[in-house]
Design a protein. Sequence first.
Length: 419
Amino acid sequence: MTPVIICGVDLNQPDFDYTMQELANLAEACDMEVKDTVIQKLERPVSASYVGRGKAEEIKTQGKIHDAKILIVNDELTPMQIRNLGDLTDMKIIDRTALILEIFASRARSKEAKLQVQIAQLRISLPRLHTDNDKVKLDQQTGGGGGSFNSRGGGETKLEKDRRVIGKRISILKKELKDIEEKQNVTRKQRDASGLRSVALVGYTNAGKSTTMNGLLRACGKDDDKQVFEKDMLFATLDTSVRRLHFKDNKDFLISDTVGFVSHLPHQLVQAFKSTLSEAAKADLLVQVIDVSDPNYRDMIKTTEETLKEIGVENIPMIYAFNKADLTEAPYPEILGNQITYSAKDPASIEKIVELIKENIFKDDRIVTFKIPFSEGRYLDELNVRGTVLETAYEEDGTVVSANVSPELHSRLSRFETH
């Protein structure tokens, strides 16, 4: 592992210690070993170098002691701060935004996720282009000897060219991403037309969303090839996985596992991953998975809800699912209103989550009796597929069916309802 020093400016924020611990976890997720933590209390970061010269000397000394050539900073720095702090410490400077981007880049697997990361990286790189490049002119011509040949103009600076090239690259990548999104929208519209309710797992990274989803898949007998990737690490996956769950009571719904959140997630990444998180935006129910064994879990809830609001996910019913109860003294599985304390590794817990999800997404369903003529058999087939048939009887002019149905299905078959 690469030895690093981490540094933060304490502005007396209530969550400062939490974000510094999170920074250390992010560094470890990037295969780095934190050798020392340096903190400076200030009213505001030093505009030119983030920390003061004395603190920079301390960092430089610690870097030499631990043979650490990288300093990771707990904030997003300006290009000037990155250059000056690097000069003062003789270390490579990685700010929080760049670190998260590096993790995302290493975790991206699908073409969509890779495009999103590339766009975010390029957007962040634009203001960080070294302004010293402005001294280098392209196509510059100057006159000589007695002013008989005058300059034809400064030409395009290397900085301007770099910005233009990056801007063009972003446009190309956004076009590719839009093409992927349009194809996904077709698939999503087909799912919407099926009338299936959808549930999205959201929450902090490494809270156990993928483990929970795999537990739900096992509960309805899904094969191992339907399982999603899970690992005890930050941002184990950036891709949204959608699966259909079918249970013995003929209740079906879609479940999606979304990318995890982290505090102070760079705005560029939030914007880039809006399409990935669109499953959450269109869900009928959100299940916020929370690592209740983490002492900072309340901050994690706040981070999740702030990020959801930033991407426009609001006014959707939510279940608070307090996972990893097996690592605490809390009794589980236990349901209290729209909250559940559970362990994603415990089958009994998964059964309780299924029960709570069904209570929420099927709460408007009702038992209705229909009389469907034999000539309209396709509607009987639809009722068997999309409803829960409780009783069936055959009469001379049609089939009488008592079934538990959704409001949408009830509306479609209302002309066959008997009173």
